[in-house]
Design a protein. Structure first.
Length: 230
């Protein structure tokens, strides 16, 4: 379970594009806290702090205690927007959480002990990951850092379904009850795909080279014809 992190913020009394641009010029990122049966609260958070948190990973599964002007609010990030060119955060949405509430979060899946899976280690199979995250309904203060799946003893052809995954106490998977999380495929499956892709690339390159050569030859013939006419 992730520890609750403290996040300092400044309350904003002005909203809109102009006010947001002014906040960014001051080295902050405009944000809003909503939900929990209360009115939305506009805040601004430090750019460097929020950028570090986002790029560190696990941002959307971290519970924060946001301190804005002495008022502390527990909230979890629901969405954030990055500048498409610079990748700098330009807005963050936080969902206010209250006692007894459950929320749905995307929790990353970590696969352990690939070396102990005969289908991978001895037979050369490949782990084909179907779902890199699992959507769980869980209490905000019980969000796991990750769901770990042990691959020990797994053979080629084995499929890992959600029913094989041990979820934290109180957590519920919100997807299909028989969803496949991953499977171990024979080496020839991915190998054939790679070979087909390489062959297609080689064919395209050959066709392009032939076209360029034809254009060069046509240009040379045209030049020769011009010389003869002169």
């Amino acid at each position: 379970m992730s520890a609750v992190k403290t996040l300092e913020a400044v309350a904003r009394d002005r909203v809109g594009k102009g006010a947001a641009r002014a906040v960014r010029r001051q080295g902050h990122v405009p944000a809003v806290i909503y939900g929990g049966g209360q009115a939305p609260q506009s805040i601004a958070v430090d750019l460097i702090r929020i950028r570090t948190l986002i790029y560190a990973g696990g941002f959307k599964t971290t519970l924060f205690e946001i301190n804005a002007g002495g008022k502390k609010t527990r909230a979890i990030p629901r969405d954030f927007h990055l500048d498409p060119v610079t990748g700098v955060p330009i807005h963050v949405d936080f969902l206010r959480v209250v006692a007894g509430q459950s929320i749905t979060v995307e929790v990353p899946v970590h696969f352990l002990n690939e070396d102990a899976a005969p289908g991978i280690k001895q037979m050369g199979g490949t782990l084909n990951v179907v779902s890199h995250t699992l959507a769980l309904e869980v209490a905000p203060d019980a969000i796991p850092d990750a769901i770990e799946i042990d691959l020990t003893g797994r053979e080629i052809g084995d499929a890992i379904h959600i029913t094989d995954v041990k979820l934290p106490a109180g957590a519920t998977f919100t997807g299909e009850p028989d969803a496949t999380v991953a499977n171990i495929v024979p080496p020839t499956v991915l190998g054939a795909e790679v070979e087909a892709e390489e062959a297609a690339i080689a064919e395209a390159q050959s066709a392009e080279a032939a076209e360029e050569k034809a254009e060069e030859e046509a240009a040379e013939e045209a030049a020769e014809d011009e010389k003869k006419e002169d």
